[in-house]
Each structure stands twice: as C-alpha cells, then as structure tokens.
Design a protein around this ligand. Structure first.
Ligand code: RFL
Ligand code: PHB
Length: 392
C-alpha cells in the first residue's frame, strides 16, 4: 500500500507526539509510526521536571490543561551535602521563573489524547521502519504492519525515535559526527506511592554516592541513588534501597522518609551524547535521537521540547510560507541550545556524584564548589538560570 503525506514522524514518544500536535494545529499533515504499543510507551517511567518553556509549548499544543491543574509548581530545589541542606531559590534567582513537577508519562498520555481527539493517525507496532532518499526532496518511508508492507512518500521525515532508533543510524557515517562521554556509574530508581520527603526536590552529594528525592504528586515519590554500572536490580530489595537512600540524606530528610513497596525499579546508565548536525537533507533528528544528557539537570525531555519548537517553526515557514530556505536553520538553532544543556547536565553530574578516580582532591573541589554555589548569589543565579531553562 502506498500513499503520500507532508511529514512522516518516526516515534511516538514525547518528541513525536508533540511535533505531530503542533503540525496539526498549523494545518500540516503528519503520520506517526511507532514500533511499540501505546501502553508500552506509557509504561516507561522517565522525566519528572518541566521547564516553564516546556509547559508553554504544551499549552500552545492544546495539551496543557491537566498539567496546569495537577502539576506541582516548584520555586526552589535543595542541595544536600556535608550533613546539611541548602535551598536554591530558583524563582528569586532566575527573576521569577519556576519549574513544574509533572511526569513524562502524563505528558505523553495528554499528547496521545490530544492526538486522538484531533483524529490524527498514529500507527503503533510499525515494524521494519526504513527511510529512503532523504537526500532528495522526495523521501519515502517503508514499514510493515499486521503482516503488510506499506510505503509513504513525504516531503520531510522527523526522526523522533530516541537514542536507539533507526533515524540516526540511517545517516551515512561520513555525514555525521558524534561526541560522547559515558559516566562510570548509573542511577537506580524507585517509584512508590509514598508522600515526598520534602516540598521540593533534594539533590544529595554523599561520600557513598549521589541520591535524589523527587516526586510525581503529593502521594507518589520517585527516588534515585547512584549505583555501580554493572549493578543488578535483583540485588536491591526495597529495604536495601531505602536504607541506602536514608544513609545518603541529611538527618531531617532521612527521618521524614516514608517507605512503601516499589511500583517500579530500574537502572539507567548516564551518558552525554550529541550527534551533529541534526539535519540531513529532508531528515531531521529530534530529541533523544540526536542527543542524550545525564538526568542530573532534568534536561532531556525539555531539550526534546525545544527541538520540537524549532523544527515546528521551520516546517511552518517551509510549508505555509513557502520559504524554501527555512529548513536550513533548524540544526544550528537546536544545537546552540543543546550544547548549553549538555554543559549544564555534565557540570551538575560532576558536582554531585562520587567518581571512582576523583581522589581526595576531586572530593575537596566538589565540596568547595557546593559551598561556593550555596554561598554566592552570582553562582546561585547561574544554577537557577540553567535549571529553570534557558530561553528558546
Ligand atoms: P523517547 O521517549 O525515547 O521516544 C522515542 C520513541 O521512538 C520509538 N522508536 C521507534 N519507532 C519506530 N521505529 C523504530 N525503529 C523505533 N525506535 C524507537 C520508541 O519506542 C519510543 O516510543 O524519545 P523522545 O521522544 O525524544 O523523548 C526524550 C525523553 O524521553 C528523554 O529525554 C527524557 O526521558 C530524559 N529524562 C529526563 N528529562 C527531563 O527533561 N527531566 C527529567 O527529570 C528526566 N529524567 C530522563 C529522566 C530519562 C531517564 N532515563 C531512563 C533515560 C530520568 C531517567 C531515569
Ligand atoms: C525525576 O523525577 O524522575 C527526576 C527529577 C529530577 C532529575 C531527574 C529525574 O534531575
């Protein structure tokens, strides 16, 4: 079966769904091809912190109502080290900006709902997706679904298929440059229906490793502890996890920790990765397909959203204003913001984790950095400006 649309989007994660929604509102027709089922996509527990810019784009996409009603607006974060806790007043230091705690699962659910309400098409369980001729102005995408082979001709392909997708892998090696740093540890995460330890997130630097107390709502918490790269989830009973988390928190937080059975427990590796450029002819890489940041700065999903914003602007100009040069701008604009978030996430990761080769010098530098950060208005401003999100 063969047909034609303006844009084929590969992947129905937050990038693909959001792009689909913005294109629909601009009268541009797009089909999304997703390898998994919708339930599988919704089962992935990931990001939890949305920048104001992200919330604004969700609102523009007509998918922000539940986030506005149920999201928790946070005006600060806490840094714990040396047995004490220090609040960074994000709102004051950033000149009035805040972040919203609202899970990626819920963002995805809202976007899926908006998409089906708009009557737009998503093909779930699309297998063997392959892209062809994207170096010409008549690219094609082929896939199989329910045993049938399909072909779609289009003007533009948006690769929103995450780090392990096929979009980036389809680009000839000579046309793409990748830069990568793999960190020598992972995060072991637990989701549980227990009230948060504190009103705001706590990022803890402890000699035994990093810990983070986050949340999804007033009755659901998300916790992480730094772990070895080869650690196995099976080795971590809930009790062992909570004991280690408590050990890494300040006394007040440790005493406030309410424990309960884990709903989800998983290990994520940490890496920084950027593929450049983000456009190859008529193929555009978006979100995790082009870049990965360690989760310490809560930037991954927010970067995916700023990519989508830039790409939507370019596609709108290309299709609706017939501006043939509009596509040229995407990669440069997106990468300028990506690299600043890569820097910030690397910096927060470096400051908050125990590194195997840090030694006494590295440890003391971390302590000095944290002391400076919590004692200096200028340093606090820099953290706040980046944490709430650089403008786009
Ligand atoms: P996704 O979410 O990976 O979606 C890609 C989709 O593409 C599909 N796909 C394919 N479809 C068709 N054919 C193929 N060949 C395909 N290959 C893949 C996949 O099934 C999937 O549905 O990428 P997207 O949309 O770019 O979104 C990126 C975000 O998911 C990611 O950046 C964030 O989750 C990162 N992240 C965080 N970001 C934040 O902004 N704030 C946070 O607090 C935050 N915390 C986190 C995080 C990521 C984490 N992990 C597990 C990596 C915490 C963790 C633990
Ligand atoms: C989360 O709630 O999953 C979360 C929050 C902040 C981060 C990373 C993850 O920096």
């Amino acid at each position: 079966m063969s047909r034609r649309v303006q844009v084929v989007i590969i992947g129905a994660g937050p990038s693909g769904l959001l792009l689909g929604q913005l294109l629909h509102l601009s009268g541009i027709e797009a089909v999304i091809l997703e390898r998994q089922t919708a339930d599988y996509v919704l089962g992935r527990i990931r990001a939890g912190v949305l920048e104001q810019g992200t919330v604004d784009v969700l609102n523009r996409a007509g998918a922000g109502a539940r986030c506005a009603a149920e999201g928790l607006v946070h005006s600060g974060v806490e840094l714990a080290f040396d047995g004490r806790r220090h609040r960074i007043d994000l709102e004051r230091l950033s000149g009035g900006k805040t972040v919203t705690v609202y899970g990626q699962t819920e963002v995805t659910r809202d976007l899926m709902q908006a998409r089906s309400a708009a009557g737009c098409e998503t093909v779930y369980q699309a297998d063997d997706v392959a892209m062809h001729d994207f170096d010409s102005d008549m690219p094609r995408v082929t896939y199989t679904h329910a045993g049938q082979t399909h072909e779609i001709s289009c003007d533009v392909i948006a690769g929103c298929d995450g780090f392990h997708g096929i979009s980036r892998a389809s680009v000839p090696e000579r046309s793409i440059t990748t830069v990568e740093r793999v960190y020598p540890f992972g995060w072991l995460g637990v989701l549980a229906d227990v009230p948060p330890v504190s009103e705001e997130l706590i990022y803890a630097n402890h000699p035994d490793g990093f810990a983070l107390c986050s949340m999804r709502s007033r009755s659901r918490s998300r916790f992480y502890i730094q772990c070895e790269l080869d650690e196995k989830v099976e080795n971590w009973s809930d009790n062992r996890f909570y004991d280690e988390l408590r050990n890494r928190l300040d006394t007040r937080a440790a005493e406030a920790l309410v424990t309960g059975p884990s709903l989800e427990k998983s290990i994520a590796p940490l890496r920084s990765f950027v593929a450049e450029p983000m456009r190859f002819g008529r193929l555009f890489l978006v979100g995790d397909a082009a870049h990965i940041v360690p989760p310490t700065g809560a930037k991954g999903l927010n970067l995916a959203v700023s990519d989508v914003h830039y790409l939507h602007e370019c596609l709108n100009a290309f299709f609706n204003d017939r501006d043939g040069a509009a596509l040229e701008d995407y990669s440069r604009r997106a990468l300028a913001r990506v690299w600043k978030a890569v820097r910030f996430s690397w910096w927060m990761t470096s400051m908050m984790h125990r590194f195997p080769d840090n030694g006494a010098f590295g440890q003391r530098i971390q302590e000095a950095e944290l002391d400076y950060l919590t004692g200096s208005e200028a340093a606090g401003r820099s953290l706040a400006e980046n944490y709430v999100g650089l403008p786009f």
